[in-house]
Design a protein around this ligand. Structure first.
Ligand SMILES: *Cc1c(COP(=O)(O)O)cnc(C)c1O
Length: 378
């Protein structure tokens, strides 16, 4: 291989995005430092208003992480010990950790073969007398088929809490994710489509009572200083993080459009390699935001290793499904419980995607992929 053909592509590059708006970011941070309103300051309230409006909902409550947001949202609906909450085996573990943190029992279903998200057809089978809520996860930035989820939830009087941590700005039948369920949670971890300079998260909802409960729960259960109505937590969104997020939010749609453009290019070029590489499927109802660009190849580990040799960083989301993690051995599942998630875990590979990646780099990654697959064929 010649030096010229080497591509050096990190998996994500936060620095490029920061550099493009660095002046605005430092001005916003300086302003918080000057005002000194570090806890529940002006920027928190402003960001909550702006995020609620972006998601077309009435209320948003800033918290200290996505995991916290999911836990507090469940608690705000009085979900806890003895209750069951349904989610999917192919997700980031945090979705399930939040359920168990409340004392409720996580109930898993398998993924959908095409979108890698929740298979909504399996929901009805696992709904029982103790089921209280469903957490659909808009995995990789592709929305779950929410129509059937909402219909079932209505029939069985269940709450729907969207885990939108990978789908900021995505749309389902034209509506923003976050506006579809009873409440929705966005992680604002630095590498998400909208990310802070540290841990952060936000819960959005149209339900004024739930928003009020969330405000109590994140702030020691305290409606005013030294009055404590419920046993709350210290789970607030920092003012400095909110200031950073306020600068970034107006760019989100452009950044997502860039991700879609890159994803389209990947799909177009990868399809020229034939059917050895399965590219992401976009459901007719979906406008995805490609938090991740996930391909599927039987010889995944070989491909990942050779791409790394050529300077292209990849990751696997996720190599071990939730039900096979030691942390959830207690749920009693085994190999074979969720076969689609298990098989996908062995074959999926996330290629670099971030708004500042250029089309040229995409072409070179695809070219390297084609070459590697050809060489490993024999
Ligand atoms: C990132 C993520 C979370 C957790 O968010 P944190 O802010 O890291 O706590 C939850 N669910 C999904 C699907 C995620 O991708």
């Amino acid at each position: 291989m010649t030096v010229e053909s080497r591509v050096q592509v990190p998996f994500v590059d936060l620095r490029a995005q920061i550099d493009s708006i660095r002046g605005d970011l430092t001005t916003a941070i300086d302003r918080v430092v000057d005002q000194g309103d570090f806890i529940l300051g002006e920027s928190v309230e402003s960001f909550e208003r702006e995020m609620a409006s972006y998601c077309d909902v009435g209320f948003a409550v800033g918290v200290d992480s996505g995991t916290s947001g999911l836990e507090l949202a469940l608690l705000a609906y009085d979900i806890g010990p003895g209750d069951e909450v349904i989610t999917v085996a192919n997700t980031f573990i945090a979705t399930v950790l939040a359920i168990s943190a409340t004392g409720a029992t996580p109930i898993l279903v398998d993924m959908d073969e095409e979108t890698y998200g929740m298979d909504v057809e399996q929901l009805e089978r696992v709904i029982g007398p103790d089921t209280k809520a469903i957490i659909p996860v808009h995995l990789y930035g592709h929305p779950v088929d929410m129509g059937p989820v909402l219909t079932l939830a209505k029939e069985h009087n269940l709450r729907v809490i969207e885990d939108a941590s990978q789908a900021h700005g995505a749309r389902y039948e034209g509506a923003r994710v976050g506006s579809l369920g009873d409440a929705a949670v966005f992680s604002l971890y630095p590498a998400k489509n909208l990310g802070a300079f540290g841990d952060a998260g936000i819960v959005v909802t149209d339900d004024a009572d739930v928003a009020e409960r969330l405000r109590l729960l994140r702030n020691y259960g305290s409606p005013q200083k030294y009055v404590h109505e419920v046993r709350g937590f210290n789970r607030r969104l920092d003012t400095i993080q909110a200031a950073v997020l306020r600068v970034k939010l107006p760019h989100l749609d452009d950044w997502n459009a860039k991700r879609r453009e890159l994803a389209n290019r990947y799909c177009e070029k990868l399809s020229e390699l034939g059917d050895r590489v399965k590219v992401p499927h976009t459901a007719p109802y979906a406008e995805p935001v490609y938090h991740l660009f996930v391909i599927r190849v039987p010889e995944r580990d070989d491909l990942a290793r050779h791409l790394a040799d050529e300077g292209v960083s990849t990751q696997v989301h996720y190599p071990i499904p939730v039900h096979l993690q030691a942390a959830y051995a207690g749920l009693g599942h085994t190999e074979g419980s969720f076969p689609l998630s298990e098989r996908a875990a062995k074959e999926i590979l996330s290629l670099p995607i971030y708004p500042e990646l250029d089309i040229d780099q995409v072409d070179r990654i695809v070219e390297a992929t084609g070459r590697i697959l050809e060489e490993t064929e024999d």
